[in-house]
Design a protein around this ligand. Structure first.
Ligand code: MN
Length: 192
């Protein structure tokens, strides 16, 4: 326990929530996950494995494949790598209480331009991360840009490539979990 997962662990009672407690270990391959989280305000959580934890951003409007859409991404506390597999119901009286599905997951590659930071950890700290997702719903190049307006505030923007698509909303076209194929409403209903 400890390290950068302190905030995550302190907010949760692991005797009550099914979420993983997590250990601050180094990941072997860079994974990403997007979880759809039906909290008091529905949002999507984008998480990228960086330096052995899942760096996390909450997107009130979710990700988009349309390069003209700049989606607000509020950085939240680091999560353990095992959280990428979490799908289920968090008790209502626990932190983040509500239902969660794994909306998309896969691996990603850090793809800096020539003049960018060679290390993703440094790029993260500099507030500009260019990366390519290899997911089931999200593919191709994206950029995460830290804004200057507000602490913790970033933008997620699709870069123009063969996976860019301004014609369809991937969130409504593909609402289901990539693990269980259930919607977040079905996961909530199953928990009674
Ligand atoms: Mn969330």
């Amino acid at each position: 326990m400890g390290g950068t997962l302190n905030d995550y662990q302190h907010k949760r009672d692991f005797s009550r929530t099914p979420e993983p407690q997590g250990e601050d270990t180094s990941g072997e391959q860079p994974i990403f996950v997007v979880q759809k989280h039906a909290a008091s305000r529905l949002h999507y959580d984008l998480r990228l494995a960086i330096e052995g934890v899942l760096k996390s951003w909450a997107l009130p409007k979710g990700p988009s494949l349309d390069p003209t859409q700049e989606r607000l991404a509020m950085e939240t506390e680091d999560h353990p790598l095992a959280y990428a597999q979490f799908e289920g119901v968090i008790p209502a009286d626990e932190y983040g209480g509500s239902s969660v599905i794994v909306w998309d997951q896969g691996t990603y590659s850090y793809e800096p331009d020539d003049q960018d930071e060679p290390s993703i950890a440094k790029a993260y700290r500099a507030g500009e991360i260019k990366f390519r997702l290899h997911g089931q719903k999200l593919s191709g190049r994206f950029v995460l840009l830290k804004t200057r307006q507000q602490r913790n505030s970033w933008l997620l923007i699709k870069q123009k490539d063969e996976y860019a698509d301004s014609g369809q909303d991937v969130l409504s076209a593909r609402p289901e979990s990539v693990l269980s194929r259930q919607t977040v409403e079905e996961v909530a209903a199953d928990a009674g």
